[in-house]
Design a protein around this ligand. Structure first.
Ligand code: ZN
Length: 301
């Protein structure tokens, strides 16, 4: 068993890392607010990083809309915004380190053959140079990676048998999510990650990469995700729950209630700063619902 030592640094550095594929919606406001309150309640630093590495998903000006929404919500970041699309050099350095370690390989398996299955290691032992027109995967192993999530408790995964060798650079040339997340969190000295439960099962892959690249492992907290009446994750395309820019206070209070906090009745009559100050002073992890999904219907309409 490979037990991961997680950060217990008292110089808290947290982050919110939205993809600019559309405006914030209720689900992403929960994550933004949860990570902000956790950082601020520990007098920490809170960063915003735009995860725009996959440019095929980016929508024009979505980053500006997201930053504007965060400002309306009073969630103000402490350091300049970082854009992944401007950090390709850092990812290239990390990629070269992994290449030096001889733990990555080109994979030419037809996508339809391996889509949705555990990668069976077909190309792992083929001896040839890396081909930049093919997916690049990293060799994994079956040592379980166990983490203690601050909300969800222990979580363990054997990457080799549950996921397989995973992609760190795609055939279309983009560095993959897990690699850029591990590099960014490492380079930005992130000590605490607060994000949605749907990313819990990707955490061991990021820890695997952190260790290869000699980065420290942050502490993790995976919040429940908001689902609609059909059990589907509330997404940016969901018209019903789209962020209502005209009423950020209502969005904040709804998010606080979703997160199990108990804002006093009538707090929506206060200004944003008063609501956030209350939320920082009263932030309690013990009150968070330790579920993976919660059906959401707005408490305040
Ligand atoms: Zn392959």
């Amino acid at each position: 068993m490979d037990t991961v030592k997680q950060s217990n640094c008292n110089c808290y550095r947290g982050r919110f890392a939205p993809t600019p594929s559309g405006p914030l919606h209720f689900g992403s406001i929960i994550t933004a607010l949860g990570s902000y309150l956790d950082a601020k309640s520990k007098k920490g630093t809170w960063l915003v990083r735009i995860d725009d590495i996959d440019q095929s998903r980016n929508k024009l000006d979505a980053d500006k809309i997201i930053l504007d929404q965060l400002e309306q919500l009073g969630l103000i970041w402490d350091e300049p915004i970082v854009y992944q699309s401007q950090r390709i050099d850092l990812y290239t350095i990390a990629f070269k380190k992994l290449e030096k370690l001889k733990c990555i390989f080109s994979c030419d398996c037809p996508r339809k053959e391996i889509k949705g299955i555990i990668y069976p290691g077909t190309c792992r032992n083929k001896i040839h140079a890396l081909n930049s027109n093919q997916s690049i995967r990293i060799k994994t192993n079956n040592t379980p990676i166990s983490i203690f999530d601050r909300l969800q408790g222990y979580y363990s995964q054997s990457i080799d048998s549950e996921i397989g060798d995973f992609i760190i650079k795609r055939a279309d040339g983009y560095f993959a999510y897990h690699l850029v997340a591990a590099v960014d969190d490492g380079e930005q000295n992130i000590t605490h990650i607060v994000r949605g439960f749907d990313l819990l099962d990707s955490t061991p892959r990021q820890i695997f990469l952190q260790k290869k690249l000699k980065y420290k492992t942050p502490a993790y907290l995976h919040l429940p995700i908001a689902i609609d009446i059909k059990g589907k994750k509330i997404s940016k395309t969901d018209k019903v729950t789209k962020f209502v820019a005209s009423n950020p206070k209502r969005s904040l209070v709804n998010a606080l209630i979703f997160l199990g906090q108990s804002p006093p009745p009538g707090i929506t009559g206060s200004d944003i700063k008063t609501i956030l100050d209350w939320a920082i002073d009263n932030w309690s992890i013990e009150l968070l619902p330790s579920k993976s999904k919660i059906h959401y219907s707005p408490y305040l309409k």
